[in-house]
Design a protein around this ligand. Structure first.
Ligand code: C2E
Ligand code: MG
Ligand code: MG
Ligand code: MG
Length: 285
């Protein structure tokens, strides 16, 4: 890792390294204690309004600093946590950490845009999830409209009827709902149209090919038209170059997220991007 002090610029421990040094079981055990030992941390990736250039939101992403292995990617440990059920407690921690941090910023007089949290399939259970969200909001004091929940297309499509019910209940709480990694999960459009979603996130794999791959350009543009017709705003994820950003802007994409704008940042650095709230704005507590 180039800059050891700045954890977000560190490289993840490679899959091979992790697999080599610890068995699946000990990784699972290590994960069990990681939360108590404060090895888990959230980083915040800014999202920008492509029309105004203003900060439009942020996505919370979990990080695990393993004492020996270094930084382990969520792509490696989330599946383990899903397998053993630990994801429910972990997801609850993420929700609470995100809501409390955002509300602390607000109480410090900062203007805080929407904060997005990823949900796992195991959290996506009617009673459990709605209660988790209610508690995270009430204990932090964060207004519901500032919380956005990201669910992947595949999680929703797995059991679409149950998903519609859950999403409707969540909407009643006043939170925003986003469909993540869109385009990778084989959505049936007839089922898709009944979902009460606010935001559609176009998967990075389509953004990658922009502007050189004509197929990706067409797919991205078509997804955007679809989203707009359905009243959703569109976030492009994985924007890495100025060229991608410019074409997305031209296509009328609402929001961009990716290394071109910023890597995911530790809380203190994210805080540095926030502006003071207007003085007459009343902070709800
Ligand atoms: P995701 O929700 O699609 O998150 C976006 C991922 O893309 C993040 O990877 C982010 O760091 C990365 N990314 C952002 N901009 C760029 C870019 O310009 N180029 C490239 N190549 N990558 C970019 P990360 O943080 O490693 O997370 C991977 C996945 O792990 C997430 O994908 C999400 O599905 C899952 N995840 C992360 N945090 C949580 C969490 O708290 N709960 C749950 N259930 N899942 C999480
Ligand atoms: Mg996400
Ligand atoms: Mg995504
Ligand atoms: Mg993705």
């Amino acid at each position: 890792a180039k800059e050891l002090g700045k954890n977000t610029y560190q490289f993840y421990a490679t899959e091979m390294n992790v697999a080599h040094h610890v068995s699946h079981l000990s990784l699972e055990n290590a994960l069990r204690f990681a939360m108590e030992r404060k090895q888990l941390q959230l980083v915040y990736q800014p999202q920008y309004d492509l029309l105004t250039g203003q900060l439009a939101g942020m996505e919370c992403l979990i990080r695990w600093h393993h004492p020996e292995l270094g930084l382990i990617s969520p792509a490696q440990f989330i599946p383990i946590a899903e397998e053993n059920g630990l994801i429910v407690a972990m997801g609850d921690w993420v929700l609470n950490e995100a809501c409390h941090t955002a509300q602390q910023w607000r109480l410090a007089g900062l203007e805080v845009p929407r904060i997005a949290v990823n949900l796992s399939v195991r959290q996506f259970k009617p009673l459990l999830l709605v209660n988790q969200i209610k508690l995270a909001l009430s204990s932090s004091g964060l207004p519901a409209h500032l919380l956005e929940l990201e669910v992947t297309e595949s999680v929703i499509m797995k059991r679409v009827h149950e998903a519609v019910e859950i999403l409707r209940e969540l909407k009643l709480l006043g939170v925003k709902l986003a469909i993540d990694d869109f385009g990778t999960g084989y959505s049936s459009l007839s089922q898709f149209k009944v979902l009460p979603l606010d935001v559609l996130k176009i998967d990075r794999s389509f953004i990658e090919g922009i502007p050189s791959d004509q197929d990706d350009v067409v797919i991205a543009e078509t997804i955007m038209i679809l989203a707009r017709k359905m009243g959703m705003s569109v976030v492009a994820e994985g924007v890495e170059t100025a060229k991608q950003m410019q074409l997305l802007q031209k296509m009328g994409c609402d929001v961009g997220q990716g290394y071109f704008f910023s890597r995911p940042l530790p809380a203190l650095e994210m805080q540095g991007l926030l502006k003071p709230a207007l003085s007459d704005e009343v902070i709800e507590t």
